[in-house]
Ligand binder design. Sequence first.
Ligand code: GUN
Length: 286
Amino acid sequence: MAAKIIDGKSISKKVKEEIKSEVQKLREKGVVPKLTVILVGDDPASQVYVRNKEKSASQVGIISETIRLPESTKESELLELVKRLNDDPEVDGILVQLPLPEHISKDSVIETISPDKDADGFHPYNLGRLLAGIPSVIPCTPNGIMRMIDEIGFELKGKNAVVVGRSVIVGKPVAQLLLARHATVTICHSRTKNLEFYTKNADVLVVAVGKPEIISGSHIKDGAVVIDVGINRRDDGKLVGDVHFESAKEVASWITPVPGGVGPMTVAMLLYNTVYLAKLHHGIDS
Ligand code: GUN
């Protein structure tokens, strides 16, 4: 069976249209959502991601501002900037692009962002709310994955969901979201023995480990939904996911491509979070 493609580009376009009309309504009430992105250093991939965020924000009517700082920025300077933005009433969402230079503690920076301006949903307060099942700002990639699963009409209740990867940004939060939707969730990681034993039993398989093509068709249950979060450059220059697409698509019923799968959803959900925070900030009910 050749799997159907979960087209992240077209789903993200639909999400952005929804956000655009939401922003329009907010603007009529005098509220213009604003996202401030901080980029430290000149990591080439981060430059591309940040430009994408700026472009997408302006497409939907969100004001975006990027503050670019040199690699040599001291942690204390960055923390001061974040505090200033926390206190700035014009700013609804703050995002500090990762990775940060080695001399800056990512955890200190994330914990300094006010939880009600945390556009990434990475603050421990927001992650704790997610764990407790209390409405909160949800990390963008996990939220985008859930939207993709909903768009194909897949019912999660009672299904086996396997997440490969346990990062705070993707693996752990997506596992919580799947659990909240009544899936039976298993998290696998680099020390998991006999990975195939778990992945072969997955009705939904989410792979977020950052290792090129480590999951192939032989790891996948017939008819599974496969979500590939990875984006890796192979030695021959080709961009590939964590899943070997050609073999996986012969076994899965639905699969996300790389590129054009989860990636565009992450940006769309960042805009979603910015609007969520702007409404929170201005006391507007959803
Ligand atoms: N770097 C790569 N992905 C992300 C993301 O989703 N948020 C932030 N802040 N940095 C990133």
